[in-house]
Design a binder for this molecule. Structure first.
Ligand SMILES: C[S@@+](CC[C@H](N)C(=O)[O-])C[C@H]1O[C@@H](n2cnc3c(N)ncnc32)[C@H](O)[C@@H]1O
Length: 254
């Protein structure tokens, strides 16, 4: 597992991206050996090279995603699930913790809505991609990566967040997996050596809700609630996806 870069002028940037996550190596296009999946930093962007998909330039991917979502951010179901107006009347600086970064699309939505976002990701490829996003688009979205396991992070956390966001894998939903970007996440993850945690859902739920005003959990409409200790306080329903919202202990007075 290596982050490749295409010329020596990119050495420092590659080093900054891969720091403590994976080794880096200079490599020209013709020598790039596509194992199953590679991250390749070139002058015009960071690419995902794989056997299954054509190369994806993440600079373009994020540029388009941000431009498209910025205009109508208040209409996003995730943002509507939060009830932003109420939150904004209580705090000047909104902060959010995204426990499951992935490609960072939901973190971007939160950042576009005005949150300072801390995003956690335990997969090495995705952590580098999220770090790239946070550096390249720092003027547009405030996102900071923590490369760790969320369960591990929450067991030590003492910071309050206005919202905590959780988007677990659609482990039991074939429909969601058919989406192309989910397949890409799947591909990146299948190349990592992550062991599944044996977590106690109730303990995790309590750890999260003790440190936030709201916990928002993304689910496929066909899926049961992820947490079963209590029912969601309310839900925001979309066509195929819903957001289960739980009131946390960090209460704001009206
Ligand atoms: C469904 S994807 C999230 C997609 C994301 N919401 C987006 O907008 O791109 C779930 C992600 O959570 C990460 N993940 C799963 N369990 C985790 C854990 N315990 N700690 C940190 N990251 C985790 C996976 O590696 C995967 O990238």
């Amino acid at each position: 597992m290596t982050l490749y870069f295409s010329n020596s002028e990119l050495h420092n940037f590659a080093d900054e991206l891969a720091n403590e996550i994976m080794p880096i190596n200079l490599c020209t296009d013709d020598k790039l050996f596509i194992d199953s999946v590679n991250l390749y930093l070139k002058e015009d962007g960071l690419y995902i090279y794989s056997k299954e998909f054509k190369p994806l330039n993440l600079l373009e991917f994020y540029r388009e995603f941000i431009a498209k979502r910025r205009q109508l951010i208040s209409r996003e179901n995730l943002i509507q699930a939060i009830n932003l107006t109420k939150l904004k009347s209580h705090v000047n600086e909104l902060n959010a913790l995204d426990l499951t970064g992935g490609l960072g699309r939901d973190s971007i939505l939160l950042a576009l809505a005005g949150f300072n976002v801390i995003v956690i990701e335990r997969n090495k490829y995705l952590a580098i991609i999220l770090r790239y996003l946070s550096i390249k688009f720092m003027d547009e979205v405030k996102i900071n990566l923590i490369f760790t396991d969320s369960y591990e992070y929450m067991s030590h956390n003492q910071v309050n967040y206005d919202i905590i966001y959780f988007d677990p894998m659609f482990e039991d939903s074939k429909k969601a997996l058919s989406k192309k970007d989910m397949q890409l996440i799947d591909l990146l993850i299948s190349n990592d050596d992550i062991k599944l945690n044996n977590i106690n859902n109730d303990v995790f739920f309590k750890q999260i809700t003790s440190y936030c005003n709201k916990l928002i959990v993304k689910r496929d409409n066909k899926q049961a609630h992820f947490f079963t200790l209590t029912k969601p306080t309310y839900q925001k329903l979309g066509k195929t996806i819903r957001f289960d919202v739980y009131q946390g202990s960090l209460l704001y007075n009206n």
